[in-house]
Design a binder for this molecule. Structure first.
Ligand code: GEK
Length: 243
């Protein structure tokens, strides 16, 4: 797949439909995510570093909502622990198809299974490292606790969950400033006002972010012994949680 430029929302759309991870989006996905999420590449490379530190030999690594396998590839390049395998899961048929091509082309030594499944319906067992890189925000809020509880149950002690998300902020002034900075980031990456506004309408009811406080309280409630924000760039960031 070529690295196509994202022009999906660049012309006036009369009736904007809900954002869905279908072939048209998948074809421009690497460009879209890089120009839309501040710090995306820094997060990916650090996921590799954290995997090197926290993955245990003979355990499983899960990349939930793997899209085109960017986090999986970063982990493959970073780990040398024996007997590990990565389970990469996405419920978009197009994402899974292109993810398999990409992983095949990378010729990594780490075994990877790519599954077209809903992450709410998979089993998690013998895990030492679980990645939710900008995925949880797409789940209905009422499904988030049970997914993280299932992950906790399948995680070994000392294992790590990486949760990267867009955040909301309880303080409305801070929320406004950080949202404005994010829009400036998108403008500086070549997105027009029309593109920013039309994408916002398309994604409004599909992606529902939580605050950092909600994420941390949820981890604590489930039983994780530590959790901390290790990266933040405007209203995007990443938290690790350890069992
Ligand atoms: C990356 N992690 O590049 N089950 C499985 N997959 C799902 C579900 C679900 N219930 N809901 C959404 N997805 C990637 C980026 S993108 C983030 C993740 C974004 C999948 C969905 O199909 C999409 O591929 C992914 O979660 C979210 O590191 O586009 O902002």
């Amino acid at each position: 797949m070529k690295n196509n430029r994202d022009t999906i929302f660049s012309t006036q759309i009369d009736k904007i439909s809900h954002f869905a991870f279908e072939e048209n989006i998948v074809k421009v996905f690497p460009d879209m995510i890089e120009r839309s999420i501040p710090g995306y590449n820094n997060i990916l490379s650090t996921i590799g570093m954290l995997a090197k530190r926290f993955v245990k030999p003979h355990s499983k690594i899960y990349d939930l909502g793997c899209s085109l396998g960017a986090a999986t590839l970063s982990i493959c390049r970073s780990i040398d622990q024996k007997g590990c395998c990565i389970i990469a899961v996405d419920n978009s048929k197009s994402m899974v198809k292109h993810c398999k091509f990409r992983l095949k082309a990378s010729q990594s030594d780490v075994p990877v299974k790519v599954l077209k499944k809903d992450i709410r319906n998979i089993e998690i067992t013998n895990a030492s490292f679980v990645v939710l890189n900008f995925t949880l925000q797409f789940l209905a809020p009422e499904d988030r606790y049970s997914l993280l509880k299932k992950i906790y149950s399948g995680l070994c002690f000392g294992g790590m969950v990486i949760l990267s998300e867009k955040y909301t902020f309880e303080d409305t002034v801070s929320h406004g400033i950080l949202t404005e900075l994010h829009h400036n980031f998108k403008r500086s990456n070549g997105y027009s006002e029309l593109e920013i506004n039309q994408k916002k309408s398309a994604i409004k009811n599909v992606m529902r972010p939580d605050s950092i406080q909600i994420h941390k309280a949820r981890f604590k409630n489930i039983g994780f012994s530590s959790s901390e924000v290790w990266f933040q760039y405007f209203n995007f960031g990443s938290i690790f949680a350890i069992k």
